[in-house]
Design a protein around this ligand. Structure first.
Ligand code: LCS
Length: 401
């Protein structure tokens, strides 16, 4: 008798979605999923071709409609996020826009977390507004704010947790319940947490979004994104907004990303381990005003982090006592840590959100939500911890407190 046993995440990350496909007539299948770097597929008869157009499950026709390399990646990600199905996209923003275009109709309304990645904020605050879709931004760390913002025409609840860059957390189980009660589609951008940090679908959220540019691909080699949801939503997105608006992932980027994911659990554990050490070091440094990291007891929502997260991630936000000038000194004097936007890379990356990632959010809104001019964001990498700490220490010495 075979015993049914749920596989661990490391096993899932390596094996899920990877059924060997023979690419030749000889025996022996490639151990790594091969890359199908082709735009179109050929058929031997008109009837066979017409059948593939009629029933897409029966064949591949064109890579904007589907491709075996994309599908291996999608199947792997669906398993890791505990979703029914997944859809890979050309970028994280391709995933955000495809998910919103799938869920919304004209004149609808969105309730969204006030602190979001800036391009997501812009889609909701500017692009969709041009089409008559309004968004109310709320501090969703307090669930009553969500409840109060819901209108008769609200269709989507859009969240990030932990948020970029403030690392605020939202009670996902509570938010998902509110969405269900009001018939809304709940969405969360899970880029910062990854499925190793939290699995929002298991907490009741309908749609999970990723920028796979970050932890999932892991090495900073690709731009890629994904949506994970139930089969009906993914099929609707695949046959509609993704295919027609065209934010389709290239087979090569899908292939790089699926190999990246095989080491995600190992990498993420090390990101977390290093981040705890960096956060602890920064918290006691005299030049630092405050540090935000969900794994620190000083994080205002540390208890919620312990309840809903399996691991706290590799992202840290801090404010230096010397404000923006001190922040500039810090990044100018780093030797090992790189001054770069993006995150989730094997390398430690540092950036200044107010002048980079969130510079397109109007200054008064940045102030309102707490993205101050002195705020610095660190994506802790996989280098030896003593080397990261030594670099930060020598650079911090140049910051007048
Ligand atoms: N969602 C989150 C939470 C992000 O941080 C980003 C990019 C995206 C979506 C968009 O993903 P992309 O289209 O770039 O794959 N965040 C960036 C950041 O903080 N620095 O550079 C990019």
């Amino acid at each position: 008798m075979t015993v049914e046993r749920k596989l661990g995440k490391a096993t899932q990350a390596i094996h899920a979605g990877e059924r060997g496909t023979s690419v030749t007539e000889k025996s022996g299948m490639p151990l790594l999923p091969p890359i199908y770097q082709n735009s179109t597929f050929r058929f031997t008869t008109a009837a066979e071709c017409a059948e593939a157009f009629r029933d897409e499950e029966s064949g591949y026709v064109y890579t904007r409609w589907g491709n075996p390399t994309q599908e291996v990646l999608e199947n792997k990600l669906a398993v890791l996020e505990a979703g029914e199905a997944a859809l890979a996209t050309a970028s994280g923003m391709g995933a955000v826009s495809t998910a919103l275009l799938t869920a919304l109709t004209d004149g609808g309304h969105v309730v969204a977390m006030a602190n979001l990645y800036s391009a997501t904020f812009q889609i909701l605050n500017e692009d969709l507004r041009r089409f008559g879709i309004e968004t109310t931004f709320v501090d969703a760390t307090d669930l009553s704010h969500i409840e109060r913002a819901i209108r008769m025409d609200t269709k989507v609840l859009y969240l990030e947790s932990p948020t970029n860059p403030l690392l605020k957390l939202i009670d996902l189980r509570g938010a998902a319940e509110i969405a269900k009660t009001h018939g809304l589609i709940s969405m969360i951008d899970n880029t910062f947490a990854t499925p190793c940090g939290q699995q929002p679908i298991n907490l009741g959220i309908d749609v999970v979004i990723h920028s796979m540019t970050k932890y999932l691909s892991g090495t900073g080699a690709v731009i890629a994104g994904a949506i994970v949801a139930d089969k009906a939503f993914v099929t609707h997105a695949k046959k509609g907004a993704l295919r027609n608006f065209g934010a389709v992932i290239s087979p090569f980027n899908a292939w790089l990303t699926l190999h990246g994911i095989t080491t995600l659990p190992l990498r993420f554990a090390r990101h977390c381990e290093n981040a705890v050490r960096v956060a602890g070091f920064l918290e006691t440094h005299p030049a630092v005003a405050w540090v935000r990291y969900p794994g620190l007891q000083s994080h205002p929502q540390h208890e919620l982090a312990q309840q809903q997260m399996e691991a706290f991630g590799g992202m840290i936000t801090l404010e230096l006592k010397g404000g923006r000038t001190a922040g500039e000194h810090l990044v100018d004097h780093l030797e090992r840590c790189a001054l770069a936007v993006s995150l989730g890379d094997v390398r430690t990356l540092i950036c200044h959100p107010a002048s980079t990632t969130h510079s397109h959010v109007p200054a008064e809104i940045r102030q309102q939500i707490g993205i101050t001019d002195g705020l610095v964001r660190i994506s802790v990498g996989l280098e030896d911890i003593e080397d990261i700490l030594a670099d930060l220490k020598q650079a911090l010495e140049t910051c007048a407190s």
